[in-house]
Design a protein around this ligand. Structure first.
Ligand SMILES: [Zn+2]
Ligand SMILES: [Zn+2]
Length: 116
């Protein structure tokens, strides 16, 4: 689940949210709008989707990239992108570690502001 953040109403955006948005937008599957899992890439255009999402899309409708409409003749045209999956999991892992550290420090700063 994604929550939309209205930047205009929150000038001090949560740094964690900025990081989260970055990761989500960069690794987003255009079909399910979530982070790609078992990523498949269309070599024609370089767009990436979850394996299940693109399989479903190809079985349901026209054989084209849901992002840019480049032709995808068969599912076998697509390539598994294990390296992309590794990058995604590395980023998400880093994000969790950085996020935890960041919120820990923010809490300390917040508490110091309250007590001083
Ligand atoms: Zn997907
Ligand atoms: Zn495409």
């Amino acid at each position: 689940m994604k929550t939309k953040v209205d930047a205009s109403h929150s000038p001090q955006r949560d740094p964690l949210q900025i990081l989260r948005d970055l990761v989500t937008n960069e690794f987003e599957c255009a079909i399910c709008l979530d982070t790609c899992t078992n990523t498949n890439v269309n070599p024609q255009c370089g767009h990436r989707f979850c394996k299940v999402c693109i399989e479903l899309s190809l079985s349901k409708c026209k054989h084209e990239c849901p992002n840019c409409r480049a032709r995808i003749p068969t599912y076998r045209t697509l390539r598994q992108d294990a390296q992309f999956d590794r990058i995604v999991s590395t980023y998400i892992h880093t994000f969790i570690v950085v996020g935890n550290t960041l919120s820990y420090h923010l809490k300390i700063i917040h508490n110091q502001t309250l007590t001083s």
